[in-house]
Design a protein around this ligand. Structure first.
Ligand code: FE2
Ligand code: FE2
Length: 335
């Protein structure tokens, strides 16, 4: 029998868990750390919390797939991916604690995102939840490519925050295909699996559109609350994300490519040039953490995947209504 070679392995990409020693106790992360820009600082602080909670769901999805993967090579790559996300979540928690100590409502933002993710799974079911996490990975990976291509993205930010996001996005590029390949191993590349991926992407999009602005709104410090409703406060953050050449533009293209049955994350970008160019600059071999070898398990039964039907679309509409209502209520309570 031929040994499995995953698309990442075929390119020489080895998903490698690393735990950097970043700390955020410097006064630089207090106040408007992003060059004095209140809106941009709030948007990235919000993203740090959304990422930390989202990664818990992504790890959950990865662990579930590992239990249903009968190929030790694919399972090993998915486990490495889960471990990377666990370290991301842990290091973001350090930054989030520093933000909480400045009086920002990090717990409330986390509760908002948790409630949206729980509702996503309750209304969409497990497979749709996995599809949403899959789409999240594609979006984050594409933002990673855009950000790493532009070394000036974090001009004006403190070194600790710049290092956190650059390490994080380096690994997002490194593992962009891992969850997708685990999913494809379990569910295949067919129309039913494609439809479920696309439905999951719609859930993820609704979640992000509802949660990120509401979280950014909440993360404006009390001293700057009067500026929160002025469009000029948010102009620079909006342009950085959605403007011409913005960080989210590539992610939007990636989401439209998801509708292909044979979609693969590497269709959009080859990760190797970016990883080779930046490895020495952004990650350190001493951060690497070994993975425990796991013996091959018994063959597992692949769970059946139900075709997407009318009730799934009704569930999506109910989720959108819930997400808008919950986010608006949240903004009201943190006003
Ligand atoms: Fe991550
Ligand atoms: Fe990721």
């Amino acid at each position: 029998m031929n040994a499995t070679v995953t698309p990442s392995m075929a390119r020489g990409v080895h998903v490698t868990p690393r735990l950097p020693p970043f700390v955020f106790d410097d006064p630089g992360v207090q106040g408007a750390w992003f060059g004095g820009d209140v809106g941009r600082t709030a948007a990235w602080n919000a993203l740090s919390i959304v990422a930390g909670v989202g990664e818990q769901g992504i790890m959950d999805a990865g662990r579930w797939l590992v239990e249903h993967i009968d190929d030790p090579v694919v399972a090993d790559e998915t486990r490495r991916f889960v471990q990377q996300e666990a370290f991301h979540s842990a290091v973001h928690a350090r930054l989030n604690r520093a933000l909480a100590s400045c009086g920002l409502p990090t717990d409330q933002v986390r509760d908002l995102v948790v409630s949206l993710m729980e509702e996503c799974e309750r209304l969409g079911g497990r497979a749709t939840f996995l599809g949403a996490m899959l789409a999240g990975e594609q979006v984050i990976g594409e933002i990673g490519h855009a950000l790493l291509d532009r070394p000036d993205t974090f001009d004006g930010a403190p070194e600790s925050v710049r290092a956190l996001w650059q390490w994080h996005f380096f690994e997002e590029v490194e593992h962009q295909a891992a969850l997708h390949d685990g999913w494809t191993h379990v569910f295949g590349a067919n129309k039913v699996a494609r439809d479920r991926r696309v439905l999951g992407a719609a859930y993820a999009l609704v979640l992000l559109i509802a949660a990120w602005p509401a979280a950014s709104w909440a993360m404006v410090p009390a001293a700057d609350r009067a500026r929160r409703s002025r469009p000029s406060t948010w102009g620079s953050a909006y342009r950085q994300m959605f403007g011409s050449g913005g960080l989210v533009r590539g992610a939007a293209r990636n989401l439209t490519a998801l509708v292909r049955v044979d979609f693969h994350p590497f269709d959009m970008h080859d990760p190797v040039p970016t990883l080779d160019r930046l490895r020495d600059e952004l990650v350190d071999p001493v951060w690497e953490r070994p993975m425990r070898a796991v013996p091959a398990g018994a063959p597992v039964e692949r769970p059946p995947l139900a075709p997407v039907g009318l009730w799934d679309l009704i569930g999506l509409a109910r989720f959108a209504a819930f997400a808008v209502r919950r986010s608006l209520l949240f903004m009201w309570t943190v006003r």
